[in-house]
Design a protein around this ligand. Structure first.
Ligand SMILES: Nc1ncnc2c1ncn2[C@@H]1O[C@H](COP(=O)(O)OP(=O)(O)OP(=O)(O)O)[C@@H](O)[C@H]1O
Length: 240
């Protein structure tokens, strides 16, 4: 690959693998996501999706393979800092601060990522309003439902600039209108040139959103390619 290609590819994962003891949870995943592109990582429970996300996010060291986010390796300092600055992550089980309100979470994340105050005073109410969280802006995480906590984590990822947005099972726990809103927000991120990677076991969610997909089965890449083709082959295998 030329240096130009590397620069244009926001996420570049090469043969990433991880074993938990004797269990090979991920056997070697190669993946590129470019600006404005959305890739779905599909697989049943335990197929290795979260393991892949944790390696990409720099939270879990790969047993083998490499990751680059905007040209920086999240597992090597000082590159890691640069990679983390480019990555906004919505984990499958988001951790929120017990004693910060919803609005304070967004302020903290925005300020930590250098969003100017005058932008934050516009963006925070706008995001809270779209996500239906505005009436709860001064609530603490423990006063929210699970879906609302998930939307708070999503808002935190969207309030800051990012080149790569990674979401682990973002649909789980969201009602149908919220799922539709999530699709719209991710479409907008794509249109703004953000590279998007999400995991799901719900194929319908990726319709109209994913450009490409990778299907994992027990840690092994079962299929990969353009979304429409992967979708068709999944249907043929009886996976609706
Ligand atoms: N910390 C861990 N220690 C040991 N085994 C683990 C650990 N985390 C995950 N595993 C195992 O690794 C495999 C892949 O798990 P992973 O969480 O990556 O799957 P997943 O596709 O995200 O599943 P789900 O859809 O249920 O979230 C599973 O067999 C799981 O039991």
């Amino acid at each position: 690959m030329s240096a130009t290609t590397t620069a244009e590819t926001v996420l570049r994962a090469r043969g990433i693998a991880h074993s938990y003891g004797r269990l090979e949870a991920l056997a070697g995943l190669t993946l590129d996501v470019r600006p404005g592109e959305c890739v779905a990582l599909i697989g049943a429970n335990g197929s290795g999706k979260s393991t892949a996300v944790r390696i990409i996010a720099g939270m879990l060291a790969p047993t083998s393979g490499t990751v680059e986010i905007a040209g920086a390796d999240p597992h090597v300092e000082p590159d890691g800092e640069q990679a983390r600055a480019a990555l906004a992550l919505v984990p499958d089980n988001p951790l929120l601060y017990d004693d910060l309100t919803i609005a304070e979470h967004l302020e903290l994340v925005g300020l930590a990522h250098g969003v100017p105050d005058d932008e934050l005073v516009v963006r925070i109410p706008e995001l809270l309003d779209r996500l239906g969280l505005e009436p709860r802006r001064d609530f603490l995480p423990r006063e929210l439902s699970r879906g609302m906590r998930q939307k708070t984590a999503l808002a935190c990822a969207l309030v800051r600039p990012a080149k790569l947005l990674v979401l682990d099972e973002p649909v789980v726990g969201l009602d149908p209108p919220s799922q539709q809103l999530l699709v719209e927000l991710l479409q907008e991120a794509k249109e703004a040139g953000v590279a998007v990677l999400f995991t799901t076991h719900q194929l319908a969610f990726a319709d109209g959103l994913a450009d490409r997909a990778v299907v994992l089965q027990e840690g092994v890449v079962l299929d990969t390619g353009a979304w429409a083709k992967v979708r068709q082959r999944a249907r043929e295998r009886g996976w609706q």
